[in-house]
Design a binder for this molecule. Sequence first.
Ligand SMILES: Cc1cc2nc3c(=O)[nH]c(=O)nc-3n(C[C@H](O)[C@H](O)[C@H](O)COP(=O)(O)OP(=O)(O)OC[C@H]3O[C@@H](n4cnc5c(N)ncnc54)[C@H](O)[C@@H]3O)c2cc1C
Length: 426
Amino acid sequence: MGGGAGGLELATQLGDRYGRGTRAHVTLVDRSRTHLWKPLLHEVAAGSMDIHAHQLDYLAQARWHKFTFVLGALAGLERQAKHILVAPVVDDEGVEILPARRIPYDTLVIAIGSESNDFGTPGVREHAFTIDNAWQAHLFHRRLVNTCFRANFAADGRVIDIAIVGAGATGVELAAELHNTIRVLAAYGLQAFDPARQIRLTILEAGPRILPGLPEHIVKGAMETLESLGVHVLVGDPVVEVGPAKVKTKGGREVAADFTVWAAGIKCPDVLREIDGLETNRANQLVVLPTLQTTRDADVFAIGDCAAVPWREGKNVPPRAQSAHQMSSHLVKAVRRRLAGQAPTDYRYRDFGSLVSLGNYETVGTLMGFLGGGSGSLRVEGMLAKLFYLSLYRLHIWALHGFWRMALDTLARWIRTQTDPKVKLH
Ligand SMILES: Cc1cc2nc3c(=O)[nH]c(=O)nc-3n(C[C@H](O)[C@H](O)[C@H](O)COP(=O)(O)OP(=O)(O)OC[C@H]3O[C@@H](n4cnc5c(N)ncnc54)[C@H](O)[C@@H]3O)c2cc1C
């Protein structure tokens, strides 16, 4: 259930192993028809990536890797009968395409990820963009481009204020990416529009510093880059209201915002809350045992952002693409053991570090584990950090398509970068 960073890799690998045999039948259910690796979304929003060039059709992947794809959103669960309830699918006019369905299972893996958490803040739903899926990222980009076109035509020097609420990796990376792409966009014929004077980027963070939870040297490197770009960073002052043209903070500030992007935290979809009696936490994550089985049903597993997996010092495994990838690899083994009648083993999270990409300007991070030279950690920045950052997506493509197709895809994309505009212009 859920074909994202974790679920699609799992369905692909299980399909490859069992799809042609009679021992198991693999079904992937997702509410979307196409997959886009979520860490790319801020690049889609900023316009440095075209979703159409990177989306993967679930039906094609299912055919290539011998699993069945079912389109529809998770609507509920009947654990007694071992059925997933899938919501009807309707078209843009509201006409039903597919009815509600019951999908049977013996082993269920829930991997439906997370979405932005507005913490009930007034105005977020009405006035802020969230970057939770490809469509939202695309809409944000389109509106931004239209606003720049309008400002260029008006040629009146008007200022466009962009407020990003939340200084986690998403907010910080988005700010830097926007700074770069708007300049490139302007260079493609917006002669009467000067981004240096007419674009004002502000990041607002409730906590005492940007990039909460990441090492100090990453914070320092990112702060220096943001300052050099002229991005305003306000920390220690939570946003309490979002309006059509400004955001208000608890400390009484009013920050102008023609665009507000809400990236201030995550929770899991409400459908998961105590779904058919399963244990969930305040963020709607399914509480799981170290084996990734849910605490109240050994036949239901959860992986990725929607799983609360115990880690260390009372903390859970962080919601990251690398965690989802590792959990998916663990479940490939768990399914093999299950089919052989063996007990599941415990999953152990291996933290390989963190990397923050500030557009074309800088990449900073820490590598851990064997990447960090054994048990220690290694600070990286510049070209080396950028290469590691880019390799994360390449590893996902490798897991989905195998080494040779990943290599061909990398070459094809490099060729396209030589012939296409540097940013999406529409
Ligand atoms: C802008 C952005 C940048 C990020 N950058 C990084 C990064 O640099 N490094 C990193 O490690 N992590 C990053 N992350 C976090 C990372 O993307 C997630 O941790 C990771 O994608 C989680 O994988 P997942 O498989 O749990 O869920 P997802 O990848 O989110 O996939 C969930 C899938 O479930 C489907 N789905 C959702 N709800 C339903 C439903 N009700 N019914 C059916 N299907 C459903 C969705 O369509 C999707 O296909 C970033 C996240 C964002 C938003």
